[in-house]
Design a binder for this molecule. Structure first.
Ligand code: GDD
Length: 344
């Protein structure tokens, strides 16, 4: 008999990659789209055009009864909680809603599983994040953050995610549930939303190539991230839930690159070499023809910043046999190529 999976946030970046992976593996896939939407809603229709095999469930992370009904009906073998307010910058503007959705929402899903009488049957994956580490000097190991590193979140988003991380562990310890967290470093790709820096850069580079725009505006370009490909990371999520015993894992590439490096590589894909002049808010990226292509706009700075993230995926590689396939240049290339098509 095929297994049944239930994905919250199925219409997000990771939701799409995961739905496809699970469908390819023979799962029956259910996915939650938020709120009062009908299947005839244009957003639902658009999603179903690409993922016709996903059975849409209209529930809300803030509404325990809708989730409990869904669990009772579907009786999933595996639940992947990917839904969240996931933009770090936005979470400073709406910290309470972020706490409700990204934090308390996790308890709603766990409670729904328990109330539906599925605590012994259903395996639960929580989308934890490298944002929980905070990237501060005092807790940053040379060889990258591991499952044992100290947390110090630097945004309402990070704080809410840390609550989700601990409540997952608490349900595992309190009720013996097969509940675990994947601590995922940044993962990107051609399904990434344009509000995140990588997609913003590749989209703008494509628009510049097609003559639709002349330059891009960015915030902190010194910031460094451990950027992998989302398609590789959903495989890791699935592997975590196939273990004999529930245990949390870090997924990362083990490399870190600055926003500036991402910009340079993305422009190289369209034949532009960027050099830098000026400092801080006056810094500019100029191409070989003397045209300014990158400007700094402090509007994109954050009240507190995570300056450097570097993950250590050794445990996942050794114990789960997980391996990333796309490297950093490969990631930039696939994203620029996609956007050149989209923006043509
Ligand atoms: N979004 C954005 N827009 N970020 C910018 C910009 C800009 O114009 N300019 C510079 N940055 C910097 C941000 O300040 C941050 O340091 C870095 O680029 C990456 O920002 P995002 O792409 O928004 O991602 P993030 O690292 O804050 O968060 C992502 O990764 C987390 C895992 O570490 C999100 O996917 C989170 O949901 C995820 O948990």
């Amino acid at each position: 008999m095929s297994k049944t999976a239930f994905i919250t946030g199925v219409n997000g970046q990771d939701g799409g990659h995961l739905a496809k992976l699970l469908n390819d593996k023979g799962y029956k896939v259910y996915g939650v789209m938020r709120g009062q939407m009908e299947a005839s809603h244009p957003r639902a229709q658009k999603f179903l055009e690409e993922f016709p095999y996903v059975n849409l469930v209209f529930a809300d992370l803030l509404d325990l009864s809708s989730l409990t009904h869904a669990m009772q009906e579907i009786q999933p073998d595996e639940v992947y909680n990917l839904a969240a307010i996931s933009h770090v910058g936005y979470s400073f503007r709406d910290p309470l809603l972020t706490a409700d959705v990204t934090g308390k929402g996790v308890t709603n899903v766990l409670e729904a599983i328990r109330l539906a009488g599925l605590a012994d049957k259903t395996r639960f994956y929580q989308a934890s994040t490298s944002e929980m580490f905070g990237g501060l000097d005092y807790n940053r190991p040379e060889t990258g953050y591991t499952e044992e590193s100290t947390f110090h979140p630097r945004s309402p988003y990070g704080v809410a995610k840390l609550y989700g991380h601990w409540i997952t562990q608490n349900y595992r310890e309190s009720y013996g549930m097969f509940a675990l967290s994947g601590i995922l470093f940044n993962h990107e790709g051609d399904r990434r939303g344009p509000e995140f820096v990588t997609r913003k850069i590749t989209k703008t580079v494509a628009r510049i190539k097609h003559g639709k725009q002349e330059f891009m505006e960015l915030g902190n370009m010194d910031s460094k991230r451990d950027w992998g490909y989302a398609g590789d990371y959903v495989e890791g999520m699935w592997r975590m839930l196939q273990q004999d015993k529930p245990k949390d894992y870090v997924l990362a590439t083990g490399e870190t690159h600055s926003v500036r490096e991402f910009v340079e590589l993305a422009f190289k894909e369209i034949g532009l070499d960027i050099s830098w002049r000026g400092e801080a808010e006056d810094e500019e990226g100029v191409d070989q023809n003397g045209i300014v292509r990158v400007k700094v706009n402090p509007q994109f700075y954050r009240p507190a910043e995570v300056n450097l993230l570097l993950g250590n995926p050794t445990a996942a590689e050794e114990e789960l046999g997980w391996k990333r396939n796309v490297d950093f240049p490969g990631l930039v290339k696939l994203m620029v190529e996609k956007d050149l098509e989209v923006e043509a």
